[in-house]
Write a protein that binds this ligand. Structure first.
Ligand code: COI
Length: 362
């Protein structure tokens, strides 16, 4: 791969971040960009000021959704160290998503190196407050100006950086969830296990309707029978029962979440009975009725752990743990964030340090 080119912006003043960042509204000064053509492969890697992308109105991703993305986070620790949470897993998943929709794969090591340089250049933008972080959004889209349906021959890969706070305005407060059997997010053998815009587009209407009825998000059931639980909002889901903790097994329509994987690893270490299996919504309701449902929570990069306080299915309204965060959800949140911010030793090697040094730009 050729050397990264640098076209850096002259920063005139220090970066001042607002007290409350929200999620995904603020962007750093620079982005990484790289092009693909059949003849050359991936080329022209460049770090340049964040600017609009120029696309032809016939660009294939606009019409046929040939695009993939990732979401990962970097954290500033009290020592001043900057670390990224499991970036290799995210870039490998990006390649898995790409394969499913005929996008050429990227070189994971090169992407990590490019990210390292980009973060170094924009490190002033990383918030220092506990709970805040730098959200990293890599994405790839098919660019051919062509209206026939087939894979594009040209692509762009971009990495964008955004200082963020809590994903849900509720913060760690439990969310209100409506179980939808009217819409599905994904079907097995479809795109559900890929991070591609189509899945998120499919989720919008149900999400909006839930919000209109006073909920935060929806719980998704399987695409065939609407019987088995799959995900919650944009997150993987865990059901804490008296004798086991259940998360739906990866069946092709569920995203293999990096936080999901980390939570499973932690629960195993804590000798808890974590089981990956199919679980029906009826079993969740029955467990609630029998007093066996201790907690429900979502896991994802953006919110990390999100406790479900209220769950409504058809006419059944379930108040979980009196609408308070479950003990296990809290423990997991504390553990993961303590690792993120360096308050606990990273015994799993989940953190990749950003090598902080002056980037040679010429
Ligand atoms: C996550 O939970 O990390 C997500 O996938 C949310 C993101 C699409 C904003």
């Amino acid at each position: 791969m050729e050397q990264i080119q640098f076209k850096l912006k002259e920063r005139k003043s220090n970066v001042v971040l607002p007290e409350t960042l929200g999620f995904g509204k603020i962007f750093t000064d620079h982005m990484f960009e790289m092009d693909y053509s059949e003849k050359i492969g991936w080329h022209n890697p460049t770090i340049k000021p964040v600017d609009e992308l120029t696309v032809h109105p016939a660009s294939m991703f606009i019409h046929y959704g040939q695009a993939v993305f990732e979401g990962l986070k970097a954290f500033k620790q009290e020592s001043g160290d900057i670390v990224i949470f499991r970036p290799d897993k995210h870039f490998k998943r990006l390649n898995n998503s790409s394969r499913r929709i005929c996008i050429p794969e990227i070189d994971v090591d090169f992407a990590l190196e490019a990210l390292n340089k980009l973060i170094n250049i924009d490190k002033e933008w990383i918030p220092g407050k506990h709970g805040d972080s730098l959200y990293i959004r890599p994405f790839i889209y098919g660019m051919d100006p062509f209206l026939g349906v087939k894979p594009s021959k040209t692509y762009k890969f971009v990495i964008l950086l955004s200082p963020v706070g809590a994903y849900y305005p509720e913060g760690f407060k439990p969310v209100k969830i409506l179980v939808t059997d009217e819409y599905v997010r994904a079907v097995r053998k479809g795109l559900g296990d890929c991070k591609t815009p189509a899945n998120y587009a499919a989720s919008l209407l149900a999400g909006e309707q839930a919000i209109k009825h006073g909920y935060t998000q929806v719980l998704w059931l399987d695409g065939v029978e609407q019987k088995y639980i799959e995900e919650v909002g944009t997150m993987n889901i865990f059901i804490n029962l008296k004798n086991e903790i259940v998360t739906p097994k990866l069946n092709g329509s569920i995203l293999p979440g990096v936080t999901r994987r980390s939570v499973i690893e932690l629960l195993k270490e804590w000798n808890m009975n974590i089981v990956e299996r199919d679980i029906t919504i009826d079993e969740v309701v029955q467990s609630y009725d029998n007093g066996n449902l201790l907690g429900v929570f979502g896991t994802g990069t953006a919110a990390i752990i999100s406790s479900v306080g209220w769950l409504t299915y058809k006419n059944k309204q379930m108040v979980i743990n009196d609408g308070k965060p479950g003990e296990l959800a809290l423990k997991l949140f504390e553990e993961l964030t303590s690792i993120h911010y360096g308050l606990k030793e990273d015994i799993h090697n989940w953190l990749t340090p950003v090598e902080q040094k002056e980037v040679v730009t010429s």
